[in-house]
Design a protein around this ligand. Sequence first.
Ligand SMILES: [Cu+2]
Length: 176
Amino acid sequence: MLVQDAVWLISLMLMGLILLVFIVVYARSQQRQDDYTPLKDRAYRLRTRFFWVLVFTLIPVGLYTLIDLPYPEANAETRVDHVVDVVGYQWRWELSQTEFKAGETVLFRVSTADVNHGFGIYDENLRLMAQVQAMPGYTNRLRYTFDKPGTYKALCMEYCGTAHHGMISDIQVVAR
Ligand SMILES: [Cu+2]
């Protein structure tokens, strides 16, 4: 398990705990010290409270499943056609592979040999298709599927010195 995943899980659990405290406080706030309410009314009240607890529990769970986190499968190394190592240098990219077939999914493992760079994949019209930060000491993963054939470009997206603009690598995607 990655450190980020563990931190995310712990954060979720803490958020859940805080939510639980809120629910308990809310439920208790309705209580009276000397309660002479008939039993059937109390049972009804309990049912109402139970309903709200359920709603407040289900809303976050529902939202969590609905939210589409960016690059959801970036960390999985399965179901990719190629795993490509990318290293940024002042001022060039080194890719272990630069030719792919259309429709192939590539997992880029991006790092840098010196300073921070930004690894951006652009299509033929220089439209940004995917990007990830290149950081010293880290390997950031970027999963991208090349849908159309053409000459893509890898550009640096983080100003990294005088020849930053020259960090261009071609990525060839040929038709199947
Ligand atoms: Cu750079």
